[in-house]
Ligand binder design. Structure first.
Ligand code: TYD
Length: 136
């Protein structure tokens, strides 16, 4: 399940002598959904662990546009940690993946593109509830 619900992404960098640019659009190869929400996390305490939830349905693309952090993922069977440490490196996560964000660098800005507006009813915050949903 981990391999169908998550994917590491490498974005095309358009660079020239002035520097670099990454462009992401709805329904492009790397963002396979209509972008309905953008949020970003910054100024995070390096000791903090964020996330600690799964979603029933939400699809998201995560990228550290500055700095680095770890994304720890769990599909109920396997665990995997991906370090996002470059603005050209992304991570696609959809649905029933319990995930945590941790080991934030002081300069980390974690940008997230999502396919739906914020909806608390889509969250599964309790790990045991998550395991129940996975095994339904
Ligand atoms: P929270 O779910 O704790 O963030 P994380 O999963 O990164 O640890 O969200 C923190 C607060 O921000 C909480 O009050 C909900 C609110 N929030 C929104 O209003 N809109 C959003 O898109 C997100 C992600 C959070």
């Amino acid at each position: 399940m981990m391999n169908t619900l998550t994917k590491e992404l490498q974005f095309t960098v358009r660079g020239d002598e002035r520097g670099s640019l990454v462009a992401l659009e709805s329904l492009c190869e790397q963002v396979p959904f209509e972008i309905k929400r953008v949020y970003y996390i910054f100024g995070t305490d390096p000791e903090a662990v964020r996330g600690k939830h799964a979603h029933h349905k939400l699809k998201q693309v995560l990228v550290c546009v500055s700095g680095a952090c770890d994304i720890r993922m769990d599909d109920g069977k396997e665990r995997k940690t991906v370090r996002l440490d470059h603005p050209a490196k992304g991570l696609y996560i959809e649905g029933l993946i319990y995930h945590e964000m941790l080991n934030f660098s002081r300069d980390c800005v974690l940008l997230v593109l999502a396919d739906a507006p914020y909806d608390e009813s889509d969250y599964i915050r309790d790990y045991h509830q998550f395991l129940k949903e996975v095994h339904l």
